[in-house]
Design a binder for this molecule. Structure first.
Ligand SMILES: NC(=O)c1ccc[n+]([C@@H]2O[C@H](COP(=O)([O-])OP(=O)(O)OC[C@H]3O[C@@H](n4cnc5c(N)ncnc54)[C@H](O)[C@@H]3O)[C@@H](O)[C@H]2O)c1
Ligand SMILES: O=c1ccn([C@@H]2O[C@H](COP(=O)(O)OP(=O)(O)O[C@H]3OC[C@@H](O)[C@H](O)[C@H]3O)[C@@H](O)[C@H]2O)c(=O)[nH]1
Length: 346
């Protein structure tokens, strides 16, 4: 029953889901939990798949168009009897029978989401509509990975879920942040109108192994630059802040949210806040003390500050991050060294 809403004022009754097959109710049939992960070949998605596959009662189906993700991230599961990988673009309808949907499909790095902005909007709007239609047809619970970018260039600090944000509707980032805002709206309208069980996570900057080496996001850029002896490119003014969450903490938070009773939106992130200059200095100290730090031009509408208020995640999910930035960076360094073929100097 989708009765426990974050705001309490839109209680709904969920109709019983249609039956995919009468076999599911047969005496000798022990159904596994069938879980769809859209965007499961990407950075967060592939770590989520690893965690879900640890449970022998889970069957995982990944759909991905491989725009920013890759089969390599899932290679240990390809061929596994409880795992399926399907090349599919979520802007097209999808027919599968599942119990839960983790809907992650969307490029997340600014350089990739700005590359084809119209496609980014289609992915967020039509892609989310398609996944909600699927959830409605089969009675699945659906979790959307929304973003701290729904707060735009925030005027409230740290950001609580009640804050409505300060977003430029016509800027170069709008395809992503307005796209995610519409995706959140669609989730709530399907919940109110059709009783769909929804969960919304507002994810703050996440980092870890398997990020694309040339992903363009700041942590992957700085680590790759430090390992290649290239200057760390701090975009001006460098005093802008972000709060970085290690990927294993993020995955645990997403699963807690899916399994719990709250619709969200709930901030999931690490409140440890750093300026970009501080981040560059930390990467330099931990990875390459000889590397230069240089200031470069910034891109339009870069949010000046970002830090999650995670009171709700703590109280409602019993979740908080465990990995400090200083401990997470070396784990990512190890993965980048392997992929770049740069060994540690002793
Ligand atoms: N990593 C972060 O810091 C962060 C922060 C906030 C929100 N998020 C959200 O989390 C999700 C995953 O982010 P990520 O960092 O793993 O990014 P990612 O780019 O590594 O993964 C996104 C995946 O979605 C796939 N994809 C993109 N468009 C698709 C489409 N139309 N159809 C099917 N697949 C498609 C990509 O190929 C990729 O595998 C995204 O929804 C993103 O908006 C991430
Ligand atoms: O080389 C770089 C790259 C980026 N930066 C700065 O680092 C900060 C973070 O930039 P990133 O590109 O990593 O990510 P952003 O915080 O701007 O956006 C992210 O926010 C949340 C998610 O939804 C997405 O993963 C992504 O859009 C920005 O202030 C940017 O100007 C640098 O200083 N140098």
């Amino acid at each position: 029953m989708a009765k426990n809403s974050a705001n309490g004022d839109h209680q709904t009754t969920t109709k019983p889901p249609p039956t995919p097959s009468p076999l599911r109710f047969s005496k000798f049939f022990q159904p596994n939990m069938r879980i769809l992960v859209t965007g499961g070949a990407g950075f967060i998605g592939s770590h989520l798949v690893d965690k879900l596959m640890e449970n022998e009662k889970n069957e995982v189906i990944v759909v991905d168009n491989f725009f920013t993700g890759s089969k390599d991230n899932l290679k240990k599961w390809i061929g596994h009897p409880r795992f399926e990988l399907k090349r599919h673009d979520v802007t097209e309808p999808l027919l599968v029978e599942v119990d839960q949907i983790y809907h992650l499909a969307c490029p997340a790095s600014p350089i990739f989401y700005k590359y084809n902005p119209v496609k980014t909007i289609k992915t967020n709007v039509i892609g989310t509509l398609n996944m909600l239609g699927l959830a409605k047809r089969v009675g699945a619970r659906i979790l959307l990975t929304s973003t701290s970018e729904v707060y735009g260039d925030p005027l409230v600090h740290p950001q609580t879920e009640e804050y409505w944000g300060n977003v430029n509707p016509i800027g170069v980032r709008s395809c992503y942040d307005e796209g995610k805002r519409v995706a959140e709206t669609l989730m709530f309208d399907y919940h109110r109108q059709h009783g769909i069980e929804i969960r919304i996570a507002r994810i703050f900057n996440t980092y870890g192994p398997r990020m694309n080496i040339d992903d363009g996001r700041v942590v992957s850029n700085f680590i790759a630059q430090a390992l290649r002896d290239e200057p760390l490119t701090v975009q001006a003014p460098g005093t802008q802040t972000r709060s970085f969450c290690y990927v294993s903490d993020m995955v645990n938070g997403l699963i807690r949210l899916m399994e719990g009773e709250n619709t969200g939106p709930i901030n999931i992130g690490n409140p440890g806040e750093f300026t970009m200059i501080e981040l560059a200095e930390l990467v330099k100290e931990l990875i390459n003390p000889k590397v230069e730090i240089k200031s470069v031009e910034n891109t339009p509408d870069d949010p000046r500050q970002r830090k999650p208020d995670i009171t709700k995640a703590k109280e409602l999910l019993g979740w908080e991050p465990k990995v400090k930035l200083r401990d997470g960076l070396p784990l990512m360094e190890e993965d980048f060294r392997l992929r770049l073929g740069v060994s540690k100097k002793i």
